[in-house]
Ligand binder design. Structure first.
Ligand code: 5CA
Ligand code: ZN
Length: 412
């Protein structure tokens, strides 16, 4: 699938500013910070949208978090290989298509196009591989076959299941106890109560054709892949085993990331990802912002209302990715004010740039601490705007700070 056009990212080393330090992120699977600093190339997979409704600020927050991780890696001097999927055939998408009388693939294409426009407007770096479930059915089928050959699958009425307890590592991503797993599995698309399963937690790898639903041929009969095996197979194909970071929102920790990691591990006998990094949920009106609840603040709506997409970006950056937060309608107004002051200071110049560049780099390298990064820039902007006549005012420093803020935060 075609992605979108990435913004240019200034290379700070070419401005004589050297390189950033090794990046630390919080790994859900160990519950601790980990250094994500491969020798030359970093590999990242981030779970993409299910395209049945427009991009909301929760999605935007997630993709922005992994955009920042890539910026920090690039500033470190690493090449980045980034894959994102699209769940372009799935129950909620088919249900929405039926309910609104639109062809399911048309609904998906329309929402994917809007997502691309939103991502480009927010200056989010595009993936190298942007891959839909529909265009990679053969990858999913091949992974299910590998699992079948390893003897870790079984059938229930024509559907193929993954026997989770055949994988010694099952449970290692979330670390959840069984009761928590069971309740989340029921809540998030699993079928713990289906008769005939060996373990209630076993998950679907291949779902036999249902009347009126899209289906594809496979060695297991006509049908479509399960959700987790789609992501596992796309990641393995494009990034290989043992890639650096698997990303997404905290709502994907279980079952999705647990299951895809376990399926990949059972098939390859290798670790799926080295670290699992999760964006906390963004809420609105007291509840997690979600397409199924409908409490959405849409990026496209804010754009249509004339909001500067860079101000939307800045409003999101005000929150650390590991802390859940609630959108307030005034957030965008505050972000516009902050952005106007920053732009004024970048044009005017101010105190020396080097400490700001160092402070920004340190904040990002320490678990993508964006509130700290914003505080560093705010402090410089305050003195820049207050002290235009002062002795340490350097008209050229605005350009350097501006380039660092562009490279590391994507704000211009
Ligand atoms: N297609 C699957 C992943 S393979 C999916 O979860 N799609 S989604 O459209 O529901 O979400 C897209 C991404 O946004 C996921 O990484 C999800 O974890 C994240 N996300 C969804 N809602 C929120 C929210 N309220 N706050 C933060 N992130 C969210
Ligand atoms: Zn996924």
């Amino acid at each position: 699938m075609r992605a979108w056009t990435s913004p240019e990212v200034p290379d700070l080393s070419e401005l004589g500013l050297g390189r950033g330090s090794a990046v630390e992120v919080f790994d859900t699977s160990t519950g601790a910070l980990t250094v994500a600093d491969p020798p030359d190339r970093a590999r990242l997979y981030v779970c993409g949208i299910t395209p049945y409704d427009a991009t909301h600020l929760g999605h935007a927050a997630t993709y922005l978090t992994f955009d920042l991780l890539q910026r920090a890696w690039r500033d470190r001097g690493l090449e980045v290989l980034y894959t994102q999927n699209i769940t372009d055939v799935d129950d909620p998408l088919l249900e929405r298509a039926t309910a609104t009388g639109v062809e399911w693939s048309e609904l998906a294409n329309r929402e994917i196009q809007l997502f691309r426009e939103d991502m480009a407007a927010l200056r989010i770096l595009a993936p190298d591989h942007y891959i839909g479930a529909v265009e990679s059915i053969d990858l999913a089928v091949a992974l299910v076959e590998r699992l079948r050959d390893r003897g870790v699958t079984y059938e229930v009425d024509g559907d193929v299941y993954f026997a989770v307890h055949e994988d010694a590592d099952f449970g290692s991503v979330s670390g959840y106890d069984r009761a928590t797993m069971l309740s989340l599995f029921a809540e998030r698309g699993g079928d713990p109560d289906r008769p005939g399963k060996r373990d209630p937690l076993d998950c679907l790898l291949w779902q036999a054709e249902r009347p009126g639903e899209p289906s594809w041929d496979s060695p297991f009969g006509r049908g479509r892949p399960g959700w987790h095996v789609e992501c596992a197979s796309i990641a393995l194909e494009t990034l290989g085993e043992d890639f650096d970071v698997q990303g997404g929102g905290t709502d994907l920790i279980f079952p999705h990331h647990e299951m895809s990691a376990s399926e990949a591990h059972a098939a390859t006998q290798h670790r799926f990802a080295r670290a699992y990094v999760h964006q906390a949920m963004v809420a609105y009106g007291g509840e997690k912002m979600s397409k199924s609840l409908g409490n959405l603040v849409l990026v496209s709506r804010l754009r249509a209302d004339g909001r500067d997409p860079v101000a939307i970006r800045l409003a999101l950056l005000a929150h650390h990715y590991r802390t859940g937060w609630e959108w307030a309608d005034g957030d965008i107004v505050d972000a516009h004010k902050r952005l106007a002051r920053w732009r004024e200071a970048f044009a005017a110049g101010g105190p020396a740039a080097a400490p700001v560049v160092a402070g920004l780099r340190q904040a990002l390298a320490r678990d993508l601490d964006t509130p700290q990064a914003l505080a560093v820039v705010d402090a410089w902007v305050d003195s820049a705007l207050a002290g235009r006549e002062s002795d340490d005012h350097d008209p050229a420093s605005g350009r350097v700070v501006g380039a660092a803020v562009d490279a590391l935060l994507g704000v211009v």
